[in-house]
Design a protein around this ligand. Sequence first.
Ligand code: AOF
Ligand code: ZN
Length: 333
Amino acid sequence: MQRALHLAASPGVPLGPNPRVGCVLLAPDGSIVGEGYHHGAGSPHAEVEALRAAGDLARGTTAVVTLEPCNHTGRTGPCSQALIEAGVTKVVVAQRDPNPIAEGGLEMLAAAGIEVEHGLLLDDARALNPAWTFAHEHGRPFVTWKFATTLDGRSAATDGSSHWVSSPAARRDTHVLRALCDTMLVGTNTVVVDDPQLTVRDADGEPRPHQPLRVVMGERDLPPESRVFDDQAETVQLRTHDPVEALETLYRDHGRHHVFFEGGPKLAAAFLKAGVVDEVLVYVAPLLLGGGKSAVGSLGIRTITKALQFDLVDTLVLLPDSDDADDSAINLR
Ligand code: AOF
Ligand code: ZN
């Protein structure tokens, strides 16, 4: 299984709608007769790769797979059927498939008389595809809320200016993290006021080849000349104020697993109240304003015991590489 996990994590697999999966076929003497991994949506599943590599040697082997073999015909055929036809006699799985469309492979294999087992190195397998796993288990994408603040918790001055946050180090870091998500989400207000591009750009400011889906939430009409409507990435407007409804739509209708949420104070408060902020990414600049606007609107909390509580996961000091202020990125859950 460790070998299968290692294969699944092979470099070069693009972030896409499908999970990373690895598979190893073991002969009765324990030797590997075939192995493979999933190279991304549209290519063969890991089991099919391993079966092809093994050829006739697949008969009588134990298939060790990081994810339960699928039981559906999607972009490719059902792997459970392929394993049965190849004469595999045992299947060991780490993670059961949380995708309602593909689940049920183990029952199919067992019904065909194949010995099945699951749960081996489960935590490692889940960690291969954390957002994919979360989205299928919750019926909505994982949400990372990103904001920037001064030392005294202000995200903009009283005149609305907030340009300081875009220090080169913070901007680069944000673009690296945006690229790990499949969706970027803001409210209509942010589009009207800031006119953001919401694309992932490299250090030279050039857009990267694979862009997350741009999502604008809210009922307000957007100026057609807004930069989110340029041709650099796809954009959808969800005409709702309800975070849960928006997220469920993104999962169900757009197959989205990880939202990078950069909403303003009002939308952020709505997400927090709805309990759908799964991770907070904060850039703290060494600035003091002593007044100005908070990153989050009122949550209706009046006493400290009711404060929303997060666990600190990670901190990173982004050293200044220019005249700009140096910012820290802080990761909370
Ligand atoms: C496997 N092995 O290597 C992968 C699996 O659209 P499709 O046909 O590619 O199916 C995608 C779904 O199939 C995916 O969400 C997951 O449930 C399963 N992926 N299954 O047995 C693989 N990539
Ligand atoms: Zn499959």
